[in-house]
Design a protein around this ligand. Sequence first.
Ligand SMILES: [Zn+2]
Ligand SMILES: [Zn+2]
Length: 193
Amino acid sequence: MSPLELDIPGATTVAFTTVLPVDGALLELEGAGVSFSAAGRVTVEVAPVNEGFLVTGILEIPVELACSRCLAPAEHRILEHFRIVLSRDSSAGDADDEWVFFAHDERTFDLAPLVRDLIIVALPAKPLCDDRCLGLCPVCGSDRNQTRCHCINSTIDPRWAGLLPLAVNGDVSPDKEEASHGTTEEEDIQDQA
Ligand SMILES: [Zn+2]
Ligand SMILES: [Zn+2]
């Protein structure tokens, strides 16, 4: 039996709302590189309409992905709205993706395939553990959020490479050297006194 079976009693004549827990582990999404650290839920409203039911809902579930920059776990909260019509009339609405044939003797509707599709569509293309994630060093592979390596990034734009020696020379100015000599002499005099 599906973990997300929605019960719709045949005699339903007024709208009702129900909340179903969503256990991500039962959705068979391992191949999508997603894992679930906590349960989610789907809140569904079922309203009788001509020849069937209008089902509207909200899926909320936290997912855990790998950060696209540093591979650390990246939390993401999925919040997706959906709408489907369960029609008793098999000849209606063929061209509409939101339309599903629901035979007169059917009393339950399996939400699992819909929930699985909603999660896959909502997954971010480039998940991040943090917007400011510094990623892995392309030279030594260390996590730049944890340690500061001293690798020279070989991907420096060649148009700027010519300016590098100027930046290095600018650091050690002759004025600073003279000042430090002066300090040393003063200290020597104080030591002798
Ligand atoms: Zn990261
Ligand atoms: Zn490095």
